[in-house]
Design a protein around this ligand. Structure first.
Ligand code: 0X9
Ligand code: ZN
Length: 305
């Protein structure tokens, strides 16, 4: 059965998601966020009761957009488990505060390929021309597409932006799902393994209008996380300034094309995308506290009633 001391292939991850929807029918709804090139459904959970979620802001969690960043789906299922089973009153409050949409793996084909064939695979698995496969799904969103830190070479192993914005079925369908969400307050993307907290812009050194709020709330999140393992994350700061300029990511599209107020990229821990499976729970507990800090910070700054 499913646990958090090993890494699982995509069928088991989605099986866990499906199981939770059956085990906690009052609290969860299985949701399909989109589909993949190889025909998989991108499965997620909506968490809260129908009455509980009414009028509550949505927080969306996007995980595993990069195939090789295995700690992100593992951490996200860990967090789902916390929301559904923890008796810690703070976590119970966190569950009840939002209309959660949580997607542990938004690049299922890539993840499966990384799991079974090529550990360092990052992209999708579409046929991209010249006999090569895949585009970087975090360079494929329709905001400043291909402007910085991406290229038009299908055989590039890392940062091929795709043949056009939303050329990949995963980003096209997922972005349509996200566009349909009313009351989207927060969007969180999990990556590995730079151990940083990043906010928009991803491709300009300018600061967006609520940049200072994003940094304050992000600091609260990092403070909460720090208490768990004493792990220090860099930031919060703009992705362009702290990491590198990269256009076409989900973060800037959700922030500026949709106008979502609170948008973050968490770069989790690891070493060349490896994180010991026996220690998934450490990353999971840290992220759970980070989400508590994020909610607290949002409340302190008036984003949340
Ligand atoms: O390059 C990325 O997409 C992310 N780093 S990773 O090493 N996990 O690939 C950073 C994403 C930050 N946001 C954007 N630059 N859009
Ligand atoms: Zn990544």
């Amino acid at each position: 059965s499913f646990s958090w001391n090993s890494y699982y292939d995509i069928d088991d991850i989605y099986g866990y998601v499906q199981n939770m929807s059956v085990t906690y029918p009052e609290w969860t709804e299985l949701v399909i966020g989109g589909e993949s090139y190889e025909g998989r459904q991108i499965k997620g959970l909506r968490i809260n009761t129908p009455e509980g979620r009414e009028g509550k802001p949505v927080i969306f969690i996007e995980s595993g957009i990069h195939a090789r960043e295995w700690i992100t789906p593992a951490t996200t299922t860990y967090f789902i488990n916390q929301l559904l089973t923890s008796e810690d009153p703070d976590i119970v409050t966190l569950r009840n505060q939002f209309d959660w949409r949580i997607f542990p793996s938004v690049n299922p084909d890539g993840y499966h390929y990384s799991y079974t064939r090529d550990r360092m695979w990052r992209k999708t698995r579409s046929k991209s021309g010249n006999g090569c496969y895949g585009a970087d799904p975090n360079r494929n969103w329709d905001y400043n597409w291909l402007k910085h830190g991406a290229n038009d070479r299908p055989c590039d192993y890392q940062i091929y932006g795709g043949s056009k914005p939303f050329s990949e079925i995963e980003t096209r369908t997922l972005s349509a799902y996200i566009s349909g969400i009313e009351n989207l307050l927060g969007y969180i993307a999990f990556h590995a393994d730079a151990q940083m907290l990043l906010v928009p812009y991803s491709d300009s050194a300018e600061h967006s209008d609520n940049y200072d709020d994003l940094v304050r709330i992000g600091n609260k999140s990092l403070q909460y996380g720090y208490k768990v393992n004493g792990a220090k994350y860099d930031g919060p700061a703009s992705a362009a300034e702290l990491l590198y300029k990269a256009s076409g990511g989900s973060m800037d599209w959700v922030r500026f094309a949709l106008g979502t107020p609170l948008v973050y990229t968490y770069e989790l821990r690891g070493y060349y995308f490896h994180w010991p499976p026996q220690l998934i729970y450490q990353q999971g507990d840290e992220v759970t506290q980070m989400m508590l800090g994020l909610a607290q910070g949002s409340k302190d700054l008036g984003y949340l009633k």
